[in-house]
Design a protein around this ligand. Structure first.
Ligand code: AMP
Length: 125
């Protein structure tokens, strides 16, 4: 067995998995026992924050009944963060991309909170 064959060197782990277990830095705005939220490294709007489960879930297509509490927490935390970021009054958008057709780049479930400006149409024409 390779000496690198351990969790630390698990190449299947995504960057978000590493953020959850604090192996790499992120601009974390909120953390609890179920979810972590941090600023997107390439913001597409004045406010662009990602909310992720601490438990590894790859995509929306992998969600099960066991995940109801976590998904509920993601939404409630997103609402609190958006309000704290000053987005409550004028609004914002929550986005979860799923797999190839949804344009998902990182295969670790995440919800985007985007706001701070008037956003374009939801789906490009
Ligand atoms: P998606 O296309 O829905 O998979 O979005 C992935 C998002 O993750 C993109 O908006 C990236 O800018 C963001 N991202 C990738 N790596 C990092 C990172 N290390 N820290 C924060 N955001 C990241």
């Amino acid at each position: 067995m390779s000496p690198f064959n351990n969790n630390e060197a698990d190449t299947s782990e995504t960057v978000f998995g590493k953020i959850v277990r604090r192996a790499i830095d992120a601009d974390v705005v909120y953390r609890d026992e179920l979810v972590t939220a941090f600023r997107d490294i390439q913001p597409r709007a004045p406010v662009h924050i990602l909310v992720i489960p601490n438990k590894t879930i790859s995509t929306m297509d992998d969600v099960s009944e066991d995940d109801e509490e976590t998904l509920g927490r993601m939404l409630r935390v997103a609402s609190d963060i958006a309000r704290n970021e000053g987005l409550g009054e004028e609004g914002y958008r929550l986005i979860i991309n799923c797999k190839e057709h949804g344009g998902q780049e990182v295969y670790y479930l995440h919800m985007h909170i985007v706001g701070g400006t008037r956003l374009g149409r939801m789906i490009a024409q």
